[in-house]
Design a protein around this ligand. Sequence first.
Ligand SMILES: Nc1ncnc2c1ncn2[C@@H]1O[C@H](COP(=O)(O)OP(=O)(O)O)[C@@H](O)[C@H]1O
Ligand SMILES: Cc1ncc(COP(=O)(O)O)c(N)n1
Length: 270
Amino acid sequence: MIACTIAGSDSGGGAGIQADVKTFQELGVFGTTAITALTAQNTLGVHDIHAVAPAFVVAQLDAILADFDVKAVKTGMLFSSDIIEAVASRLKVEHLPLIIDPVMIAKGGQSLLQQQAIDALKTYLLPLATVCTPNIPEAEALTGIVIDSEETMQQAASHLLACGVQYVVIKGGHAAGNTARDAIFTQHDAPFYVETSRADTKHTHGTGCTFSAAVTACIAKNLSVRDAIIEAKRFVDAAIKHPLGIGQGFGPTNHFAYNQKLAKENVYVL
Ligand SMILES: Nc1ncnc2c1ncn2[C@@H]1O[C@H](COP(=O)(O)OP(=O)(O)O)[C@@H](O)[C@H]1O
Ligand SMILES: Cc1ncc(COP(=O)(O)O)c(N)n1
């Protein structure tokens, strides 16, 4: 099985393209990559960004799609509206399952998406999305709705579904409480939730990238979207619960954990 990620490179290896390829590999999926930006990054933060020209992002996609039987595509850091428009017009003709992680801000606070690109994301890319996986601040930025209750979360999800997204996963990593609960909304069915206990850890660099890459890999392996989300939650939870303890800042998750004989916690589907 082959998947493709369109995202930024994290020189520190915990997020971005590197997290995606490691996750694909651990889930038995061959990873191909179209890189949108290089970041000079480690667990302490993003020190510099070098964007790739939109035409060269498309050239990478052309090369991949001309040769490989890609089963699912994900996007991560897209950086600019020019890159978003170029990627959207190239993907529009392919009709492949598309998982959009609307990466905006790194855990250290640095912006990974220019402010004016948020509109481009909504206009050009969200209509193509099978799954979109915002965290709470990203869902708020995309919709202009402050999420402080079940009701406002439902409103934000409805806004994103109206943009054309088939499954909206609002991730609960940033919420309070002792569970990590992600809410899944669809056009026709009632919402459902995937939940684990919350780890008390600062090693959460790349959690969102890892989760969305796992969803992509599982869809590439022909799981239903619902089962892909549940399995991805298992993958990211194992990666968070068994941190590697490397780096001096917000360390990376452990992409090896899912396949190692380490204790795995239950994922509750509610
Ligand atoms: N401390 C934690 N313990 C357990 N799961 C977590 C924790 N933080 C995040 N997660 C889970 O990791 C996944 C990514 O979520 P999140 O961290 O919100 O994404 P992002 O990296 O985009 O901010 C979600 O499934 C979320 O519930
Ligand atoms: C190149 C790149 N892409 C994405 C993220 C977001 O990381 P996180 O998953 O921790 O929000 C990052 N820090 N760097």
